[in-house]
Design a binder for this molecule. Structure first.
Ligand SMILES: N[C@@H](CCC(=O)N[C@@H](CS)C(=O)NCC(=O)O)C(=O)O
Length: 210
């Protein structure tokens, strides 16, 4: 298998954190990471568009030569191939809740942060769009509030005592904001403490660059 990625980009980072957490827990998934430079617009090259017509990362090339082009289905597929140790949870209900938290971290935090970054200071040259940035800034606190409430019972990670895929998604989104000197956790002390705790993990230090 090959995983096409680029450092700091949040969706590839989410999958890379997932892989690093699995490795830290003793399961090194055998795949080759291939860098596709977003800075050089290599995601728009004919070679990459043949893998993914949307021209985005990450992409997983399976051993059969097929391409998975969405980050969560990539993780789902790897998790089915390598279910132990689980990055979702020990039973169906726990796994459903972990997946729900991941969706909220992605749709409610990672995507808004990515939109705000690209609408204000895009590292790949997307045009500024203050109205779009304002729209996502207004929406972001709802999901941050929800995640802050989860942590209110003293749990160390978003889904409980153990790290799950939602932690990877949230950390990937927040890193992208930090990359452009944008901070989002000023009104969320529980999440700020989670952020410090998560970033101290060996899996996080091996992947996060800012
Ligand atoms: N829904 C996709 C989103 C993928 C995506 O937007 N990737 C960004 C990097 S985080 C990208 O490749 N952007 C390059 C571009 O839009 O030109 C996923 O979850 O994988």
């Amino acid at each position: 298998m090959k995983l096409y990625v680029f450092p700091v980009a949040p969706n590839p980072t989410k999958v890379r954190l997932y892989l690093a957490e699995k490795a830290a827990a003793g399961l090194r998934i055998p795949l080759e990471e291939v860098t596709v430079s977003l800075i050089e617009q290599a995601q728009r090259s004919p070679e990459h568009l043949a893998r993914n017509p949307f021209g985005t990362l990450p992409v997983l090339e399976t051993d059969a030569g097929r391409y998975l082009i969405e980050s969560l289905p990539i993780i789902d597929h790897l998790e089915e191939l390598f279910p132990v140790p689980s990055m979702f949870g020990p039973d169906p209900e726990a796994r459903a809740f972990a997946r729900q938290i991941e969706r909220i971290a992605d749709i409610g935090v990672l995507i808004p942060i990515a939109r705000i970054v690209h609408a204000t200071d895009s590292p790949i040259g997307q045009p500024a769009n203050p109205a779009l940035a304002a729209y996502y800034r207004e929406r972001l606190p709802r999901s941050l509030d929800y995640l802050e409430d989860l942590l209110g019972d003293g749990r160390p990670f978003l889904a409980g005592e153990r790290v799950t895929v939602g932690d990877c998604t949230l950390a990937a989104g927040l890193q992208f904001g930090r990359f452009r000197k944008l901070a989002f956790l000023g009104d969320h002390p529980g999440l700020a403490a989670w952020d410090a705790r998560y970033r101290a993990r060996p899996a996080a230090t091996s992947v996060l660059v800012v």
